[in-house]
Ligand binder design. Structure first.
Ligand SMILES: Nc1ncnc2c1ncn2[C@@H]1O[C@H](COP(=O)(O)OP(=O)(O)O)[C@@H](O)[C@H]1O
Ligand SMILES: [Mg+2]
Length: 658
């Protein structure tokens, strides 16, 4: 169990903030706590306002299964001493907020933040939208305006909200039914606050929206900056990831503060009942064992526990071996959507974009998973340090890069082995490359309360490393293949065009028949050449892949060829008949080919969005790798990827449970 569990830290901060809030004026409160709230300076405050509102919009849309349309506008109303007075508008087409809830959500500090829910959502990361309301009020004295509508059969309501700081209760200055509102359902928030608008750097609203657009390619985002420039991030796919599910806490995933709070809030009558009904993976037997070790009476009222008893209970909970929590509550971006998202930003610039999603696993009772991506080559700047885009629960982490586990893992991998320039084999590579990493968890471990950097958890570190290494291998394949193919193309041109022309001329001069050049060509080329041709049919929404193989060697033997397609691909047609299709691999047995003989293979598949699949990944078993051009040796990695690895521990546990 990791010390200083984040949920408990949040609890104490939340409580402290709420207490401070009761005792002092709002301005004083912000002076005192702005670092905790993320409003350290006017620049960051403006970013935070947009971020809190946009995060909520995306969360709400995803939860309701609505493809998000989000409009963001930042306007400068007048200059201030530092920065200026800004108006921020964020509008979404989400499910709307029932009017009865609006005062609580916006007008009660720390109301909505999901401290009590164990769920992967953006929400837990910020301090909640009411902090922005409070900040706006503290800096400009202006109320926040909220317009929301839950269905076309309902009117839209417009609220003017402030917070009664002394009582931490909403003040509704006005509430009106609107005669008309352009959206059938959705929410619009308007803040007037002191801020400072910047662009052209990673810590800016524009960059934040760009980074959001990478992990939410299903969202359409329009942004109007203070100069009136409009930036459009158009929707690139209709597919949305499944919404995250709520789960109960795992005994190993909470700390003692959280346990205290659970005990105080429970409706169960007995301690045993409490353990069984309020935790995941705790059944009759586990509960009994915990109580036996803690030497506590199973029938005792959970609310009546003394401090020492709670400590005993907590320690016993940590000592008992308990099944890892289920991991299907997470909502990854997915390899496909992540790739579409990266293409949305870098499709034009980079020549190679690839993503890898790891399967969910667990650290200290908390489910998590890791996803990584890479954009490489093309016109990306070649000689500067690689950029790193970091995300936690689909939120860009704008600050704290150097202290983040993601950066640490990238820096500790020897990227030279994957074809990148990295002086000394450590540190951030200096090459035309951009890294992306996403950590999804019901409980993302951060270095500090500002929630900018991921903490060093060995399990997460391991998953990140494996994910980046897999990405590295894909990158290496691409780089090697590109190099080889370029060389071969040159050679092939010389051999297949120039050589016959010379042969013909010479034969004519010496008046002899043109010799058979095939053996000569084979000797000079000396390879098996795999050429691929990938085409997307917009109308049929189908990919067609043609692979042609030519034997430019004198080796004539049968071999096995594997074509890897994306995991989501639904195969429509394969020709010739393959031996097997296992997961996303098509496996052919290729009969022996004569020297200079060619063969063609054809595959079509559906279910993959346009632009995701660009080059065929071909693997060969039975021909020495040095003869392969345009294909790679079928290695152990592909073998496990195709046929699956040994059963992991969690799976075994799950099987036992059933
Ligand atoms: N744009 C929105 N559309 C629908 N519901 C919203 C919106 N903004 C906020 N909410 C609701 O208000 C709640 C509180 O929001 P917030 O204070 O930001 O906390 P959190 O995001 O941590 O839940 C959200 O959980 C959500 O139920
Ligand atoms: Mg929120």
């Amino acid at each position: 169990m990791r010390e200083g569990n984040i949920l408990a830290i949040e609890e104490t901060i939340a409580e402290k903030l709420a207490k401070d809030l009761r005792e002092i004026s709002v301005t004083e409160f912000f002076e005192k706590n702005k670092h905790l709230l993320g409003f350290n300076n006017p620049t960051k405050a403006l970013i935070m306002a947009v971020k809190e509102a946009v995060d909520n919009s995306l969360d709400a849309c995803e939860e309701a299964g609505i493809l998000p349309n989000i409009y963001v506008e930042v306007a400068e109303l007048k200059k201030a001493e530092r920065g200026g007075v800004y108006r921020v508008i964020v509008r979404d087409n989400g499910p709307g907020i029932p009017p009865d809830y609006v005062p609580q959500v916006f007008g009660k500090f720390l109301y909505g933040s999901k401290f009590h829910k164990i769920k992967q959502s953006r929400g837990q990361q910020g301090i909640g939208i009411s902090a922005v309301v409070l900040y706006a009020q503290a800096t400009t004295g202006s109320p926040t305006i909220v317009i929301t509508r839950t269905s076309p059969n309902e009117p839209a309501y417009r609220f003017e909200i402030m917070i009664d700081v002394k009582r931490n209760e909403p003040i509704i200055l006005s509430k009106k039914e609107l005669k008309s509102w352009p959206l059938d359902h959705g929410t619009e928030v308007r803040f007037t606050l002191i801020g400072d608008y910047v662009e052209n750097r990673k810590q800016s609203i524009l960059s934040y929206l760009e980074q959001i657009s990478v992990v939410a390619p299903y969202a359409s985002i329009v942004f109007k900056n203070p100069r009136g420039d409009i930036f459009r991030f158009e929707r690139k796919t209709q597919k949305m990831p499944p919404p995250p599910k709520e789960i109960k806490p795992h005994p190993h995933g909470i700390d003692i503060g959280y346990l205290i709070r659970m005990l105080a809030n429970t409706r169960t009558k007995s301690l045993k009942g409490f353990l069984i009904s309020e935790f995941t993976r705790v059944g009759e037997k586990t509960a009994e064992e915990i109580l036996r070790i803690a030497r506590l009476d199973p029938n005792i009222n959970p609310k009546s526990l003394e401090k020492e008893q709670i400590e005993k209970l907590y320690n016993a909970m940590q000592r008992v071996k308990i099944l890892a929590p289920p991991t299907d509550c997470l909502s990854p971006i997915g390899e496909e959507l992540f790739k579409i998202g990266i293409k949305r930003l870098y499709g034009e610039k980079a020549e190679f974009i690839e993503t890898v999603s790891r399967r969910p696993t667990v650290y200290g009772g908390n489910p998590f998973l890791v996803e990584v991506g890479i954009a490489y080559g093309g016109s990306l700047p070649k000689n500067s340090q690689a950029e790193i885009y970091r995300y936690a629960n689909k939120i860009p982490l704008l600050y704290g890069q150097s202290g983040c586990l993601i950066t640490k893992v990238i820096s500790s991998i020897d990227w030279r082995t994957y074809g990148l320039n990295q002086p000394g084999g450590v540190g951030i590579p200096q090459d035309a490359v951009i890294f992306f990493a996403h950590i999804a968890s019901t409980n993302v471990p951060y270095v500090s309360e500002s929630k900018d950097a991921i903490a060093e958890i060995p399990e997460i570190e391991n998953e990140l490393r494996l994910a980046f290494q897999e990405l590295g291998r894909l990158l290496r394949l691409h780089i090697q293949r590109k190099r080889k193919l370029a060389k071969i193309a040159e050679k092939k041109k010389i051999i297949s065009e120039i050589l016959p022309a010379i042969a013909e001329k010479v034969s004519r001069i010496v008046n002899k028949p043109v010799p058979d050049l095939d053996p000569v060509i084979a000797r000079v080329m000396n390879n098996y050449l795999f050429e691929d041709h990938v085409k997307y049919h917009k109308r049929k929404k189908t990919y067609e892949v043609i692979v042609s193989v030519t034997n430019y060697t004198r080796i004539r033997r049968r071999f096995d060829m594997y074509l890897r397609v994306p995991k989501e691909a639904e195969i429509v047609h394969v020709e010739p008949e393959p031996v097997e299709i296992v997961n996303n691999y098509i496996h052919w047995n290729v009969p022996r080919m004569e020297t200079n003989e060619s063969r063609t293979f054809y595959v079509s598949f559906k279910g993959v969005e346009e632009g995701v699949y660009e080059e065929a990944e071909i693997f060969v078993e039975g021909i020495e790798p040095e003869y392969l051009v345009g294909a790679e040796a079928f290695s152990e990695e592909e073998y496990t990827d195709m046929y699956g690895a040994e059963v992991s521990e969690e799976e075994e546990e799950e099987v036992i449970e059933k």
